[in-house]
Design a protein around this ligand. Structure first.
Ligand SMILES: Nc1ncnc2c1ncn2[C@@H]1O[C@H](COP(=O)(O)OP(=O)(O)OP(=O)(O)O)[C@@H](O)[C@H]1O
Ligand SMILES: [Mg+2]
Length: 374
């Protein structure tokens, strides 16, 4: 045990501690700690650890740090089980007091999980920002009703839903809006981040994700780009660890019992590339379609509201020019490129010339991409 605090009491269990006697300090009532990791890089060890039993940890921590002075914003270090692992003192009541046998020691564990790939997300996107995608929005309505009154659904609860569709059609955006509007935690994980350096990493991250979601249920798990891990069997042999991740995903999905309100949403560009066993566990597959004329007009109008420059545009013409493009393409490839082209040409107003420039530039890019696979 060591600390960057002064150590005032004889009672300390650490022989290295410099004892300062006769200091007139109060005993700490409660100390809140945040795990912050090692003061140096230590490759063999993961920066994260899991505390399974908070009461036991409290007892262990109290015993280890007995007699130490706790000052807010300073650190305590573990010297026994995970040597040198640091904890920041977030609050000490009263500040500058001494840890006694009666001090309550609390850990902020959410901060721990925030470092991981599976993150609790919050955003400013609203469901009304999403143009079109009525089927998906209807399902969201059902999910919302279910979460308001889970008992009434019994075995008919929504459980696993797959969003699929072309890139940039609003899958991720919709889930972010859901996180914003619902009052339940939503855990987002990008499947590509599950393929770790070590075999077993991905499987244990999935386990952790489902565990956290079920501890905090009702909750939603969103596995974005799920095809990266739940690849069709015929591709799995290409990556040994992938089949392990698939199995872990299946185990966890099956492990969520009927009376637990945990909903899993997966998103993919191509459901046919999914492992069949994984795919069959989704009760409903909802397609995200490219925007039609009216929807493109709405996407264009909404995006123009945040334009930093004035514009003089024929919106009907842009709707025609952007046929076949996704919401993302309209925003990123057309409107953003047109804006940048306007700025680059020292103009103050975006005109159809800038839009034409962007449309041509995006055509070149698209045909390049097509050529790559021919
Ligand atoms: N239906 C939509 N309504 C409004 N904006 C949209 C819509 N679809 C896409 N966009 C715009 O495109 C951006 C990207 O969309 P999003 O990330 O949700 O696509 P995605 O379907 O998840 O794509 P990918 O399959 O590549 O992950 C959004 O942030 C938004 O600006
Ligand atoms: Mg996405």
């Amino acid at each position: 045990m060591k600390s960057d605090n002064k150590k005032p009491e004889k009672k300390s269990t650490n022989p290295k501690t410099t004892l300062i006697e006769n200091e007139n300090r109060e005993y700490a009532e409660c100390v809140v700690l945040k795990p912050v990791g090692y003061p140096f890089e230590f490759n063999l060890m993961d920066d994260d650890f899991e505390i399974k039993n908070k009461e036991l940890f409290e007892e262990y921590a109290r015993e280890q740090w007995l007699g130490l002075v706790v000052r807010e914003n300073s650190h305590l270090f573990d010297q026994k089980i995970i040597p040198d692992y640091g904890f920041e003192i977030i609050s000490a009541k009263p500040d500058n007091s001494i840890i006694s046998e009666n001090t309550k020691i609390k850990l902020i564990t959410d901060e721990l999980s925030a470092k991981k790939d599976s993150t609790l997300i919050k955003s400013n996107i609203r469901l009304s920002d999403i143009v079109g995608q009525t089927n998906a929005k209807n399902k969201i309505k059902v999910i919302t009703k279910y979460l308001e009154d889970p008992e009434s659904f019994g075995p008919w609860a929504p459980k696993n839903i797959l969003f699929y569709g072309l890139p940039g059609t609003g899958k991720t955006m919709l889930v972010k809006a859901l996180a914003n509007e619902l009052e339940v935690p939503l855990y987002l994980i990008k499947a590509t981040t599950l393929i770790g350096d070590h075999v077993g990493d991905g499987a244990s991250k999935i386990h952790e994700l489902f565990k956290k979601a079920s501890e905090n249920s009702p909750s939603i798990i969103f596995i974005d780009e799920i095809d990266a891990i739940a690849l069709h069997r015929s591709f799995q042999s290409l990556r040994g660890d992938v089949s392990e991740i698939v199995n872990s995903l299946l185990t966890e999905m099956d492990g969520i019992s009927e009376n637990e309100s945990v909903i899993t949403i997966g998103a993919t560009n191509n459901p046919t590339s999914l492992d069949y066993a994984v795919r069959s566990r989704f009760e409903e597959e909802i397609e995200f379609k490219l925007p039609d004329d009216a929807e493109r007009l709405e996407i264009i109008t909404n995006n123009l509201k945040t334009m930093p420059l004035k514009y003089d545009l024929d919106l009907g013409k842009i709707v025609k020019l952007t046929k076949g493009l996704s919401g993302r393409d309209i925003k990123e490839k057309i409107l953003k490129t047109a804006l940048h082209n306007t700025i680059a040409s020292d103009s103050e107003i975006i005109t159809m010339r800038n839009i034409d420039y962007a449309v041509n530039a995006s055509k070149i890019k698209n045909s390049d991409i097509k050529g790559m696979f021919e």
